[in-house]
Design a protein around this ligand. Structure first.
Ligand code: HEM
Length: 619
């Protein structure tokens, strides 16, 4: 027998004498845990501990564990200087923590522990107490408010915001480091450093967190790197040319008309608590991006239950969870979760849909290339079975592009189209929702927006918006910019340092993650006067005294890897808000004196939905 087999035989021999539930061949006790929710796993372990008097064995396949609940046993293990190595389950942490103190062993652990211990000396901890105190008071205020409102208090959430505030406290105005195990993260808070990072191509690689996007977006523009990114960016840039955007305004117009119908139903319901505007806007922006990116209508606004719409919603939820919940970060354990199963199902729907459209459109283009001009024109008017229409700039440009004289494969195109789908709808809907929130709270701003819209578009509500008219909405433009300062749709950007480098005198080691927060910078008093007030005029180049630093205001990021879709986004937002505002006066139905609790995930959102009421305009 091999040494491994001999070891297993020995384990099996000794295990026989230990208490524990009966085991199945090969599976061991794994079947006991299959399909259980995390809370049920804890309950089961608790029951087994009681049943077997504090000590029991568990076979998970060939993996043998003993669970110890008896204080004498616990003392023996934790008090020992021999039993210092961590269990196999900790290996999943290595992808993130590498050999940080938590998982390291032997001599390495000893040495590290020795040098890290002084960092927790009371003299070092003492100055932190003031920060804990201040942040806890803030936490208490939130809790007191929650009790007053008789809400159920979700402590975990408040605690999370409190720790975020502590980090921001350190980072005020500057660049700070945060160690997560051996992984160094730098949070960059000053525009000079931001300029070095975003202003060139040296820091073009995205941070580790973006990996969660790969199952859906593969190597699309948002996550790709190096030469691939360069070449793709070059061929995609023309897709956002103003002549192409001009055609899309029709789509924005049509989709906002459908939105108006849905809003009218909500207005007629006229409930006391108002309604969640975000959900309707999100469906509207999903319709708009689907039609502009792929040329097909999914009719999300009229068919919320469609498989594709549900899959987009599922995948957005999965991405949020994977990026921000540590339990879903480690691939091997993640693969076994229900979430992973949901993700696989949703990806299958999304990828098959995109592929079908690409294949079909490629064939159409080939047929048209081989046909005479009149035949081609006739074919151009026929919609295919998935409802393909003629305005297909994004997909068309990709299909007609080549890199190194080779056309892009279906997979190449799919990743870019999926990237548009992802980047192009939650971002704009978040911006539109916060826009309405801000102007609902600032009656004067709402009035000015409305007056400008009427002045530019005229009184006839049936007049469609177009590219030229939207560009004349100057005051609306200022309100959108100010909204994105206070509520940037992408609250955090991350880059990875591949080689040791210098940022304004600071030497940054290779492997560091760089974090830049448009949300934090947008509210920094050193960068914006009266930062918490909604003051759209600050962006007016003619009247504003404030000179804005392009690296302080970065909702669309900045530099060569900025948002490629920003002009598209501004047009779409303007088309939707202009159409809604000329029909309705917007009222905020929540508590206007309390700012919403923000959750800075992949896309900025509020803890509770923002609720609105609408009043039909009769003038
Ligand atoms: C208010 C709306 C939007 C905001 C605030 C926004 C913001 C951003 C930000 C901050 C980035 C940089 C991300 C990073 O470095 O990790 C980005 C990248 C990107 N955005 Fe947007 N975006 C918006 C709308 C759109 C739309 C409508 C589209 C497409 C139609 C789009 C397509 C992209 C793409 C493809 C990238 C990746 C560019 C690259 O890496 O070269 N975005 N966006």
């Amino acid at each position: 027998a091999t040494p491994r087999l001999r070891r297993l035989q020995r384990v099996q021999q000794l295990a026989k004498h230990l208490p524990g539930p009966p085991a199945w061949p090969l599976l061991g006790h794994a079947q006991l845990f299959m399909g259980l929710e995390p809370a049920q796993v804890c309950e089961l372990i608790n029951e087994l501990a009681i049943k077997y008097n504090g000590t029991f064995k568990l076979w998970l396949g060939f993996n043998f564990s003993i669970m110890l609940f008896n204080p004498c046993d616990v003392e023996h293990v934790l008090g020992s200087s021999q039993l210092l190595d961590k269990a196999m389950e900790y290996d999943y942490l290595r992808g993130w923590l590498n050999e940080g103190l938590l998982v390291s062993r032997g001599r390495k652990w000893h040495r590290r522990r020795k040098i890290i211990t002084p960092a927790f000396h009371f003299r070092i901890l003492e100055p932190y107490v003031e920060i804990f105190d201040r942040q806890t008071r803030q936490l208490l205020k939130q809790l007191a408010q929650a009790c007053q409102d008789q809400q159920l208090v979700e402590l975990g959430h408040f605690a999370h915001l409190c720790t975020l505030d502590i980090i921001c406290e350190y980072g005020k105005n500057d660049t700070i480091k945060i160690w997560l195990g051996p992984e160094l993260n730098m949070l960059i808070g000053n525009p000079k450093d931001v300029e070095v990072v975003l202003g060139g191509l040296r820091f073009n690689d995205k941070a580790h967190e973006y990996k969660a996007l790969e199952p859906w977006l593969a190597e699309g523009l948002l996550v790709s790197r190096g030469r691939k990114w360069h070449k793709r960016r070059k061929i995609i840039t023309p897709a956002f040319h103003f002549k192409i955007l001009d055609q899309f305004v029709d789509i924005f117009e049509q989709e906002s008309r459908v939105l108006l119908k849905n809003l009218e139903k909500e207005r007629q319901l006229d409930t006391k608590e108002g309604f969640n505007l975000y959900d309707w806007i999100n469906l509207c922006t999903m319709d708009a991006i689907c039609e502009t990116a792929m040329g097909v209508s999914i009719n999300a606004q009229t068919n919320v239950d469609s498989e594709y719409v549900q899959a987009v919603k599922t995948i957005s939820m999965v991405l949020h969870k994977r990026m921000f919940n540590i339990f879903y970060r480690f691939e091997p354990t993640y693969r076994l979760t229900m979430l992973a199963r949901e993700e696989r199902r949703a990806l299958n729907v999304l990828h098959s849909f995109t592929e079908k459209i690409i294949v079909q459109r490629r064939q159409e283009l080939l047929q048209r290339a081989g046909a005479s001009t009149t035949e081609a024109d006739a074919a151009a008017d026929v919609d295919a079975d998935v409802g393909a229409k003629r305005k297909m700039a994004f997909l068309d440009i990709l299909l007609q592009s080549s890199i190194d004289d080779k056309p892009l494969s279906n997979m190449d195109i799919r990743e870019e189209v999926d990237t548009f789908m992802f980047e192009g709808h939650d971002t704009t809907s978040s911006a539109i929702m916060f826009f309405f929130y801000n102007i609902a709270l600032h009656a004067d701003c709402q009035r000015k927006c409305y007056e400008e819209i009427i002045q530019v578009l005229g009184k006839d509500k049936a007049t469609p918006v177009n590219y030229e008219l939207l560009n004349k909405l100057h005051y609306v433009d200022l309100c959108i910019k100010e909204t994105l300062r206070l509520y940037p749709s992408v609250p955090l950007l991350g880059r990875k340092v591949l080689q040791e480098c210098e940022i304004n005198g600071k030497i940054i080691p290779a492997g560091t993650n760089l974090g830049i927060s448009p949300l934090f910078m947008g509210r920094c008093a050193e960068l914006f006067s009266d930062p918490n007030s909604f003051l759209p005029e600050r962006f007016d180049v003619v009247t504003s005294a404030e000179k804005l630093n392009p690296y302080a205001y970065i909702p669309f990021s900045a530099g060569p890897r900025n948002c490629i879709g920003q002009k598209f986004a501004m047009l779409e937002i303007k088309a939707i808000v202009a159409n809604v505002l000329r029909h309705y006066h917007i009222e905020y139905a929540g508590n206007a004196t309390e700012p919403p609790v923000l959750i800075a995930e992949l896309i900025l959102r509020t803890k509770d939905p923002l609720m609105f009421k609408l009043k039909q305009r009769t003038d």
